[in-house]
Design a binder for this molecule. Sequence first.
Ligand SMILES: [Zn+2]
Ligand SMILES: [Zn+2]
Length: 263
Amino acid sequence: MTLPSLLFDSHMHTPLCGHANGHPREYAQAALDAGLAGICFTDHMPMPAWYDAPWRMRLDQLAEYVDTVREVQAEYAGRLEVRLGLEADFHPGTERFVERVLNMCAWDYVIGSVHYIGAWGFDNPEFVAEYADRDSGELYGQYAALVEGAAACGLFDSIGHLDLPKKFGHRAPDESALLRALDKVAEHDLALDFNTAGWRKPVAEAYPSPELTRAAAARNVPFVLGSDAHKPEEVGFRFREALAQLGEAGGRVVTFTGRERRE
Ligand SMILES: [Zn+2]
Ligand SMILES: [Zn+2]
């Protein structure tokens, strides 16, 4: 297990996405104060204009994002490693757009996340009532199929918050669909975002669950630690507990630089 002093937080946002607070510099300072070795910004990437527009930067803001992260990188050089990444969305039909954006810059790390089933943003608190009209087995089946698509499309380094539909407490009737998705993640040699934000949500459990963490480790899928911070105080959130859960499961931690995996 990696020593805490070598830890990276590889999932965090910036105000450009419209729902995060604090200058990127403050995230870097919080990481330094918490004793982390580095961070990777992974803000919500631009998507086609019709998709989830209020919750992400526009394409014409991408250069500002890159410049701001590069400035913070220079400011913290020698003290904290600052990397440049994106949280991409997997939504069928948008792959070409995503590929084009990913080719615009030399990213360190790209997370592939599923936030929508059809037109339903299922992790948005505004639309939580929809869960009452859904069969949970079907819902997890549809979600897991999308995760399989994300794993197979070849655009991403990791899968974001694997069991996200549990966010408000709506658990899968069983883990079979997500286990099949994990098989695909392993087959395509992707990593998993070990995302501590779940501990801040109604479900009060990190993504993935302890059971899915063990299942991923058994498939030799590595983990990338991330707080999914949307404000500086959340950087490094509950990393000690994350390491305990990963250690118990026999999971290994990696980071990405230049889209290459580092143990
Ligand atoms: Zn966000
Ligand atoms: Zn996400």
